[in-house]
Write a protein that binds this ligand. Sequence first.
Ligand code: GUN
Ligand code: FE
Length: 474
Amino acid sequence: MALKNQLFLGSFVHCKALDELEYLHNAAICVDQSGTIVAVETECDAVKAKETVFPRLGWGDAEVEVVAAKEGQFFFPGFIDTHLHASQYPNVGIFGKSTLLDWLNTYTFPLEASLSDPAKARQVYTRVIRKTLSHGTTCAAYYATIDVPSTNLLADLCLSLGQRALVGRVCMDQLSPDYYRDTSAETSIAATRASIAHIQAADPAMSLVRPVITPRFAPSCSAALLRQLGALAAEHPTLPIQTHISENAAEIALVRSLFPEDASYAAVYDAVGLLTPRTILAHAVHLTAAEADLVAARGAKVSHCPCSNSALASGAARVRWLLDRGVVCGLGTDVSGGYSASVLAAARQAVLVSRHVSLAGDEGGEGEGERGRERERERLSVEEVLFLATKGGAEVVGLAGRVGGFGLGMEWDAQLVGLGRVDAAGEVEGPDGGDVDVFGWESWPERMAKWVYNGDDRNTKRVWVKGRSVHERR
Ligand code: GUN
Ligand code: FE
């Protein structure tokens, strides 16, 4: 369905740098029929836009749809979830006291295997796309399952429901149950090729959906499969790659015993050509300094999954430490290792985890002098986690400069956010603002903090991907 030209009016907030938000008030953004931002004007209302901007763009008034944010509402870039398992969505919150390896066997593999039922896959995938869109996730890096038809269905559903996505058919040919495993490296590669071909044919311009090469993680891939996936990645030099790394101590010990000739977990992927600038590594909780340096040198990116790492008691990833080493990071919900599909929740959890990291080795101590300053630096700010959720994520999924902000020439992947307003009598007025009450005296940075710590999908009023309206809260 063809889009109209669109004019967005009001306040716009986006990330300028890791620790800096830019606030544009009384501003106008013009988005053309292809969903591209073609004008960003400050101090501009509808009248001025019609008189000065539309003529420049060759737009007649009649063909323009106008969307004006209400007082106190703001447009923010859509969130990018750099790691989640669409197939695990029915299990959110169901993990008991398990940790990674027993969680996989107890909860995860049975559910993933069951999605070879097409009706069940359609139900689950439709639900997870709608759910994440309603939380402002305009782009998601999805793992599906080993099943090709249902993986392809996930890509088709992303296209029809309008979510930008990377969709990966999961590769695993060892240390997995007989009922849920590729029978050989060759069948795994053939199935992966089939899924790549389907997804590329479904969206030939890769305008919204791209296939992603997806070795589940080193322990569930034979050396032959890893090698062949590295060759496949070389054969398709534009395709992204995603996998897990260094999430949990038992997993790391397993990798050491399975790949004794490789110096480290990161080296296992590097040896076969899977550590590249288009590789998304989920977790990276326990990387050594040498591994972090290798990841940075190869330009591979990290998906930080604070909810999952806490829920499965995997550990606390040192995000500042990774960033300081030059590793690009984004946020992942890691549904259903993570129990929430909300990137806003992941942003909040990233702050909390960074505060635990800042205490390591000195529980309860503030630290003084140099050490105190180091500890303070470990703590991520609201601005920083919002950067990871948008611009950082865009870089992680290979879409830097295309989405994640409101620059000229970027695509309109955005959410309209509204917080609840408290009137003079202390009553919350207007549309439902969820758990966030704004009294009116807060600065804009304070409003952003209130949103990060108390916001949820009730604050996400409307969502667009590539200019198309894909969710509206009623
Ligand atoms: N490692 C291998 N598979 C998985 C998975 O499904 N989730 C998480 N969190 N880690 C993994
Ligand atoms: Fe995961």
